[in-house]
Design a protein around this ligand. Structure first.
Ligand SMILES: [Zn+2]
Length: 282
């Protein structure tokens, strides 16, 4: 069998079934409008409902409707009784160094979904994350609140820019992407496929950017915690308690102790999640 050319196109993006159905619905609606003009309002109503459904799917961070979405570690990692601790929105010059110290004390490696613009502002801190054995992945360049409203071109530029910055600073490229607030639209998956990035959300999250009660955050993370979980906390945008202390610093030691008591060990997404099968040959 011939060796594929290193310049061969990426393996074709396969349309998620929900989008295939949506495209079919649009074709049927267009045909109906032409052939049965009196039914045009039913056709338009069907399309409107379809768009409501797709929008709702984009507002559900753990949904698989708009394309592949890693909400748990692969089965092999779960079989090894591993879980992944992920920390979003950093690096933060105040919180991240203290998070790193806590992780060192517990011998735990984590995955940091960094905002590339923040990484650019604190390059030494980003390199410190990597030097201490942790994983850095792509959480967009600017963490725009309008991210899920962007079209394919703007999505691509935002993610690629972050990819370039993080690769330059870390010396290796992310292979996972997490959308700001987990919100997305149907244009995202083809962009991620082209860039060879997995969409990664989470199994459970603590809402630690909004909840100041560390015990409440901990309960959300540990209720039903099991092998294969991807848990989400924040070293950036960290909510502070009444004393001004970032909640994550209170939650983290208790979370790590709970995981250890369950016989779980932490892994990183780089170690647990293989590269996205995008058909890259070079
Ligand atoms: Zn975020």
């Amino acid at each position: 069998m011939a060796t594929p050319s290193p310049h061969a196109a990426l393996r074709r993006w396969s349309t998620p079934p929900a989008l295939t159905a949506s495209i079919g619905l649009h074709a049927v609606a267009a045909g109906t409008a032409v052939l049965v003009p009196e039914a045009v309002w039913w056709a338009l109503g069907g399309i409107a409902l379809n768009h409501v459904g797709l929008t709702a799917a984009g507002l559900m961070p753990r949904s698989h409707v708009l394309g592949p979405n890693c909400t748990r570690l692969p089965a092999a990692a779960a079989a090894r009784r591993q879980y992944a601790l992920t920390l979003d929105d950093g690096p933060d010059p105040d919180v991240t160094p203290r998070v790193l110290d806590l992780l060192d004390q517990h011998g735990v490696r984590a995955t940091f979904f960094c905002i590339a613009a923040r990484a650019q502002a604190h390059p030494a801190l980003l390199r410190n994350i990597v030097t201490r054995g942790h994983d850095v992945q792509n959480h967009s360049h600017a963490h725009r609140h309008t991210f899920s409203l962007l079209g394919p071109g703007a999505l691509s530029r935002e993610i690629q820019r972050a990819q370039q910055v993080l690769t330059d600073l870390c010396g290796r490229g992310p292979h996972c992407f997490r959308a700001p607030a987990g919100l997305r639209n149907p244009f995202l998956d083809p962009v991620l496929h082209r860039l060879g990035l997995h969409l990664v959300s989470w199994t459970r999250r603590g809402f630690d950017t909004v909840t100041a009660d560390a015990t409440r955050v901990l309960q959300r993370l540990t209720r039903g915690m099991a092998a294969g979980d991807i848990v989400l906390l924040h070293d950036g945008h960290a909510r502070r308690n009444a004393n001004g202390a970032p909640v994550v610093l209170d939650v983290l030691p208790r979370l790590l102790a709970h995981a250890a008591a369950l016989g779980l060990t932490a892994t990183t997404l780089r170690d647990a999640v293989p590269p996205r099968d995008s058909g890259r040959t070079a």
